[in-house]
Design a protein around this ligand. Structure first.
Ligand code: KG4
Ligand code: ZN
Length: 365
């Protein structure tokens, strides 16, 4: 008889409080029965970035409401669940702790098994939730806090091919927006300006393309942008709308070129060990960027690789990905006890050496 598993997932590692219910019958395509996300943009917008203490308090206040809404939307009750999955790291520690404590409380009260999930595994396994992509596949994780190339071989088996040594691309988009007086989050506003800008007017550097590996760097782009902005502003006594748009277009073109070229190298590295051309999957908030998506699609079709990107609401932080990653772990026999700890840092590939550098949102895993 095929087994149906129903998992409640909780996510609170950054600035989204989320709960979701995911169900899978045997090996069929999993179903997202509900997915609730409470963002915190308005709480942090006055500060120009996420304030960890404010985020943690908001998570603690909203998690139970989120769980109730996710259960209501799914039409289920706690007694219909098989386990509760929770992000146990990496992330802002106060927020991760809020989620882990909430999940422990529900587990203690109901007797439901508790499954700790690595937030990055949640993103990395999303293509299996949405498109049933088979292992192994090549993953590009690009978000506000992370940027890495991974070979996904199993729910807890990842090989990191490379990643950012400083800022994540989303962080670079956010800083660019801040420097140009555009609204946060910066990704969508910079993309919108770039669409009416000339990408050739300002020539941005393409960091680390002179190195053959899959490591990346984005912090220099922000410095370059600041210099160009100040130069134009000094010459013309301020920036016009077109100047801003051209700066955004030049910046975005540099990010697209770097990600496209490093993806080419990651596919080649993958092929050195795996005979079959991979599916390349992208996830994380920056995967919403249409110019980046189309650059990745082009390089994949040149190299004969399939390309897949989850729908936007499952690319950005959500709890359906945590419920699904928990489901995979639970199905494989994994379970955690009341000693589950919240981890600020938790690399997916424990064997790969730490990448130097630390961005604004903390140490890079
Ligand atoms: O994955 P996510 O929701 O949260 C984490 O950082 O884990 O990603 C949020 C990031 C933000 O930095 C945001 O500016 C960026 O994704 N982002 C974009 C776009 N939409 C969101 N970056 C570039 N282009 C976009 N269209
Ligand atoms: Zn994330």
């Amino acid at each position: 008889m095929t087994q149906t598993l129903t998992i409640l997932g909780l996510e609170s590692s950054c600035d989204d409080t989320a709960a979701a219910v995911v169900q899978q019958n045997g090996d069929s395509l999993p179903k997202v029965l509900s997915s609730i996300v409470f963002g915190q943009n308005e709480l942090h917008s006055a500060y120009g970035g996420i304030v960890p203490e404010i985020a943690a308090r908001a998570h603690a206040e909203k998690l139970d409401v989120c769980v109730r809404e996710a259960l209501d939307q799914s039409g289920l009750t706690l007694s219909d669940l098989d386990a509760i999955a929770v992000t146990a790291g990496p992330g802002l520690i106060g927020g991760v702790l809020s989620g882990v404590m909430c999940a422990k409380g529900i587990s203690a009260a109901t007797g439901l098994p508790l499954v700790g999930v690595n937030h990055l595994a949640g993103h990395a396994l999303t293509p299996r939730l949405t498109d049933a992509i088979a292992y192994p596949y090549l993953m590009l994780l690009v978000s506000g806090g992370h940027c890495q190339y991974l070979i996904a071989r199993g729910p807890e088996d990842f090989t990191r091919l490379g990643g950012t040594i400083d800022d994540a691309p989303g962080e670079a988009f956010d800083k660019t927006a801040r420097l140009l007086g555009l609204p946060q989050p910066g990704g969508p506003s910079v993309q919108a300006e770039a669409e009416i800008g000339d990408p050739k007017r300002f020539r941005f550097p393409r960091p680390m393309l002179d190195r053959p590996d899959c490591n990346l760097s984005f912090s220099g782009l922000k410095t370059a942008l600041m210099r160009m902005r100040d130069q134009v502003a000094a010459e013309k006594n301020g920036l016009t709308r077109q100047d801003r748009a051209d700066l955004c277009a030049g910046f975005q073109a540099a990010v697209v070129d770097v990600l496209t070229e490093k993806t080419r190298r990651a596919i080649r590295l993958y092929l050195e060990e795996n005979p079959a051309t991979p599916t390349v999957a992208v996830a994380g908030g920056v995967a919403a960027n249409t110019a980046i998506r189309s650059g990745l699609e082009t390089v994949c079709s040149e190299l004969g690789a399939a390309f897949t990107a989850p729908p936007l609401h499952l690319c950005t932080d959500n709890a359906a990905m945590i419920a699904y990653a928990g489901l995979e772990r639970f199905k494989a026999g994994a379970c955690d006890g009341m000693d589950l700890t919240a981890r600020p840092r938790w690399p997916l590939d424990q064997t790969s050496p730490a990448i130097l550098g630390s961005g604004k949102k903390g140490a890079k895993a």
